[in-house]
Design a protein around this ligand. Sequence first.
Ligand code: GLV
Ligand code: GLV
Length: 317
Amino acid sequence: MKPLIFVTKRIPQPALDRLAEVFELRLNPQDKALSKQQLCEAVGNADALLCLLTDSIDRDVLSAGTRLKCVSNYAVGFNNIDVEFATQRGIAVCNTPGVLTESTADLTWALIMSSARRIVESDNYLRAGSFTGWEPMLMLGHDVFAKTLGIVGMGRIGQAVARRAAGFSMRVLYHDPAADAASLPAEWQAATLEQLCRESDFISLHAPLTPQTHHLIGKEQFAWMKPSAILINTARGPIVDETALIDALQTGKIAACGLDVFENEPEVPAALRDLPNAVLLPHIGSASLETRTKMGLLAAENAIAVVLGKQPPARVN
Ligand code: GLV
Ligand code: GLV
């Protein structure tokens, strides 16, 4: 008998095909997120679970999975899973690092460019029929070239964002207590969070969400930033105190922001949606067809390796 895997939402077909070679595949039949009770029922007789970052895999879900050997997260971030409890129960937790690094760095740059040069606002202006001719003072934004980019969290994605900055002759500062400076290019300069906030024109977040990074950027950090600073977040929403961010944007403490993630997704406060200097995206950092397929295949290989008693390519516990 094949082991059973439950997949909480349809993912690219090549990944489902690969899973079906080893597993009996059970897919969430509905095109919406499962309730906690549905999740508990679904893992009840499963050997593996392939889940999304929007599924909260807490103690109750893990306890309900009496045969569960693997939780394979279709994401690099795994703050949605109680990893400590999974470890206690001998359940492998896996993620999808590496394959989404460049796509997420690309999207970070899309947000840097569009928030600096008011791309979304300009597009809306034109579509509204307001464009009546070239004007000296129309949609003045901020340059990116030769500015200072401050990166908080210098892991794979932070480094991929920093590499792209060379093409814009930017100075790169980074803050990451875990970074090994000797392994990074010498022209990237380590900084305290305060120095980074004070000196950067663009501040881009690439840290995982942990108790230590929750609200890492709040009132005090916005007060350190330049009035021309632009905050970019493609990591996790709760790293930023969203109420403090809205205040900073409304009162001109900073100039603009570009966000792919929010504190209480999918909820986005009306106050944020009302701000023309906020570019807001629906968590699409890794959303290219190629990358989502690679993530699916890696998530599949992780689950397959665990049930076959092999070392999975990306286990986090
Ligand atoms: C997306 O946010 C991920 O963690 O993969
Ligand atoms: C995630 O992949 C990171 O290390 O930035």
